[in-house]
Design a protein around this ligand. Structure first.
Ligand code: SAJ
Length: 445
């Protein structure tokens, strides 16, 4: 039984672990297995990344180069673009991107490419695990047939499981070893062996009955966030209409010690998880004639927040008898959330685009992001990049409106309230003192 063979290799730390995709999920994973004494090989399509790893250099913030250097130095970690080496691996973990197409439908092309590479070098005695976030059924309906195409049989020749990634880049508290790991195999043997493998690097592994339970659990986690953020955003628009301070309402509700979890309004949702993952679930639901209305409603509410922010800017300028057209608007922050340098799916892009379409002159300052380009999804600019401006006194004084889109910690908000005449704060970045002493008119979400 290959279950026993692979289990023994894992117990004795003799299993050779292959990780396909050395991004913010795959690289920390490969490093963790190498640290625990396994031979780990990273498989990358990007030769530059593979070269960096083999040279002892890290390109992922959460993984120090010193760790890479040490592990490659003792020969326990290496990276390659030659996928033929997959046959040397006893366990192969797929950590490739799962983006959306422009139609908001799942794009599992990277998973299919990895599956094709694995199939080419598949041999008896391998455990295959998919970690990429995807719709329930991907592992057993898509991956399994590819792996069985050449006659190899599940359980007899290979094992197959799904285990969702829960990496939170930059989070100093939750790291690979202390984030519980959900694992679901296509068979009990697959679940058992995949659980044993992760138990070597994670304190708590949570086995479930099947791969699709594990796939669905991950999507529930992130859909839960998208829907609750949507609720907070709808509450903000309602409170604006009723002239009630949204943030005070949420702070008060959060005093409830049970049965409530605070989520906060914002300019919209960005990142590579929350705006995308729920669409994997709703797409699968539609294939079965099921209309997941919470997901589409959350998407509608969240995606309209940039429009609401522009309305707040227009309202503020209007109070000063100014029009949006010809006004100078300075955006503070374009990253999708505070203190990071990631602009993927950031609502800031949509806000800039909408302001420009209305004729405003838009500039931005973001200490983490020096340049922003606009793809064809944005009506303005046709790719003309925008560069971060220095946050000088003059920049603040000459702005007709400053919009706080990302509440980076290093910004001196007191200086902003002293030098600016109108501020739209979409992140509750201005505390009560600043609001009380500010010379600026302040509009909050
Ligand atoms: N956001 C709000 N209001 C909120 C929370 C978030 O508007 O109350 C916005 C953020 O500004 C951002 C977007 O939503 O634009 C997503 O924010 P996020 O805090 O969910 O951050 P992400 O995208 O980095 O989500 C990741 C996810 N991690 C994984 O998928 C492994 C998510 O499940 C985590 O809960 C989240 O990190 C986290 O808690 O840091």
């Amino acid at each position: 039984m290959i279950k026993n063979t692979i289990s023994n290799l894992i117990q004795e730390r003799r299993a050779h672990i292959g990780v396909i995709g050395l991004g913010y999920v795959g690289l920390p994973l490969a490093v963790e297995f190498a640290r625990k004494g396994f031979q780990a090989t990273g498989f990358e399509v990007d030769a530059a990344k593979a070269e960096k790893i083999n040279a002892g250099e890290s390109y992922i913030g959460d993984v120090p180069s010193s760790a890479i250097k040490e592990l490659t130095g003792v020969g326990r970690l290496r990276a390659t673009t030659d996928f033929d080496h997959l046959r040397e691996c006893d366990a192969i973990i797929i950590c490739v991107p799962t983006p959306l197409r422009k139609t908001k439908e799942p794009d599992i092309s990277y998973i299919l490419a990895a599956a094709g590479d694995i199939q080419k070098s598949l041999r008896s005695g391998q455990l295959i695990i998919l970690e990429s976030t995807t719709y329930p059924g991907t592992t057993d309906e898509v991956l399994l047939p590819i792996l069985e195409e050449k006659g190899f049989k599940l359980d007899q020749d290979f094992l197959l499981a799904f285990s969702p990634e829960r990496v939170d880049p930059g989070n100093p508290q939750f790291l690979t070893h202390n984030i519980p790991k959900v694992v679901g195999g296509c068979t009990p043997d697959s679940t058992e062996v995949a659980t044993a493998l992760y138990a070597t690097i994670v304190n708590h592994v949570h086995p479930v009955a099947s791969a699709r339970v594990a796939e669905a659990a991950k999507l529930l986690e992130n859909t839960f966030r998208a829907v609750n953020i949507g609720m907070a955003n709808e509450m903000a628009r309602l409170c604006y209409t009723l002239n009630i301070d949204t943030w005070e309402v949420i702070r008060a509700a959060a005093t409830k010690p049970f049965g409530f979890m605070p989520f906060y309004p914002g300019p919209g949702i960005g990142g590579h998880c929350i705006p995308l993952d729920p669409h994997y679930l709703s797409w699968k639901a539609r294939q079965h004639g099921f209309d997941s209305r919470f997901i589409s409603l959350a998407e509608e509410v969240n995606s309209r927040m940039p429009e609401h922010v522009v309305t707040l800017v227009a309202d503020g300028l209007n109070d000063a008898r100014k029009s949006l057209k010809g006004s100078r608007v300075l955006m503070l922050g374009v990253a999708y959330k505070k203190d990071i340098d990631d602009v993927r799916e950031s609502p800031a892009l949509s806000i800039i685009d909408r302001l420009r379409v209305k004729g405003a002159e838009v500039r931005y300052h973001d200490p983490f992001i020096q340049e922003v380009t606009f793809d064809d999804a944005h009506t303005w600019g046709n790719g003309k990049p925008l560069h971060s401006v220095d946050l000088t006194d003059d920049e603040l004084r000459t702005a007709d409106c400053v919009v706080i889109v990302t509440d980076h910690s290093e910004i001196d908000y007191k200086r902003v309230t002293n030098l600016t005449s109108l501020i739209v704060d979409t992140r509750n970045a201005l505390n009560e003192d600043l609001r009380r002493t500010s010379r600026a008119q302040i509009i909050r979400l």
